[in-house]
Design a protein around this ligand. Structure first.
Ligand SMILES: *Cc1c(COP(=O)(O)O)cnc(C)c1O
Length: 356
């Protein structure tokens, strides 16, 4: 078996011990005589699995009982529409436009009410987090942010504080950085970056925000209905929830979010320190806002970028090509990327540089 170091932005690498556990239990889970994929979502055995995943997430993120945890379909993108349908009581919401996903979230919300883009870095290709201070709309139903901008490699250093509940797309840095959940009204994340396999969205919502959905909101998108049914209004993505639970167990064994966050800082610092001293490569995000999860960089020459991606792939470092809107390279170094993989990347960058 030859596992590579996979720097994919998503779906992303999963911890090997998790994959091995899944493999061992694939034909038969515990003593049930069947795979998790074949179980009724309402069986006692499966209820144990989903409750265990929820309990682990609550422990990892210190989520109090005043918040509901939902396991939903449709990835983060479905929530771009669900958020206004569940929260736009007065029909007004603020959005901070810090990247393509943030832009997409606002683009869905305009179908349901008035959207204010209170700050945007779009004109500068999202190389920084725009300044929102003093610009929030009084009486807005909520303020939406994207805590980590996967494509551009930036993240919020400071969270906005206002009267409106803060709604955060945390798809690419949930469980990778420490947050105080009580600063948020809603946190949601597509699972395929830092939680588990694709096809699942985790949503954490303060319970007082439930029950205000617009009448047009379809019931599968209605968080209150989903909460009343423990995410089982219809059949949830049973297998993805099971694997996510195993990833959370693995994370607890790594010292939890607090433990892995320190390692993530170290990983990111290794690459950024190299970039800041490199004659060939340079980072694309403004230093102050640099992401801990997605490191974006270029050589300044498209052919050289492509040559580097090829050079790295030949040495088992794959999926380093940047998103088309930034170009160059992007190293996604989520929780499952070991520090050894990052050290290898820096060595390979050094070797490439020496050849220039
Ligand atoms: C990947 C990503 C999305 C899209 O997630 P889906 O699960 O594919 O819908 C949304 N927001 C952010 C910040 C992402 O990184």
């Amino acid at each position: 078996m030859a596992r590579v170091y996979n720097f994919s932005p998503g779906p992303s690498a999963l911890p090997l011990p998790v994959l091995e556990k899944v493999k061992a239990a694939l034909p038969e889970y515990a003593d049930t005589g069947m795979s998790v994929m074949e179980m009724s979502h309402r069986s006692a055995m499966y209820l144990d699995i989903i409750h265990d995943a929820e309990a682990r997430l609550r422990a990892l993120m210190h989520i109090p009982d005043t918040y509901a945890v939902l396991f939903l379909h449709g990835g983060a993108t479905a929530q771009f529409a669900s958020i206004p349908m569940n929260l736009m009581v007065n029909g007004v919401a603020d959005y901070i436009d810090s990247g393509n996903f943030a832009h997409g979230a606002a683009g869905e919300a305009v179908k349901y009410g008035k959207v204010s883009i209170v700050a945007s870095s779009r004109a500068d290709n999202y190389t920084y987090i725009p300044d929102w201070k003093g610009k929030l709309t009084p009486g807005a139903d909520y303020l939406h942010i994207t805590t980590n901008n996967t494509i551009y490699g930036t993240h919020f250093i400071e969270l906005p504080e206002g009267d409106a509940p803060l709604v955060a797309d945390m798809s690419s840095n949930i469980l990778g950085e420490v947050y105080d959940i009580e600063k948020f009204g809603v946190v949601y994340a597509g699972a395929q970056k830092n939680i588990g396999p694709a096809g699942l969205c985790v949503l954490i919502v303060r319970k007082d925000l439930l029950g205000h959905a617009l009448p047009i909101c379809p019931k599968v998108f209605n968080w209150a209905t989903q909460a009343d049914n423990e995410s089982m209004l219809n059949t949830p993505n049973t297998f993805a929830i099971y694997v996510a639970g195993l990833c959370m167990e693995w994370l607890q064994n790594q010292g939890g979010v607090e433990g892995i966050a320190k390692v993530n800082q170290e990983k990111a610092a290794l690459i950024y320190d190299f970039l800041d001293n490199s004659k060939v490569f340079k980072g694309t995000a403004q230093k102050e806002f640099r992401s801990v999860m997605n490191v974006t960089f270029v050589t300044g020459d498209k052919e050289k970028d492509a040559a580097f991606v090829k050079f790295a792939a030949a040495q088992g470092l794959v999926n380093l090509k940047g998103h088309r809107s930034v170009g160059g390279m992007r190293a996604s170094i989520y929780n499952a990327m070991p520090i050894e993989g990052v050290k290898r990347l820096v060595d390979v960058m050094k070797a490439f540089e020496a050849q220039q």
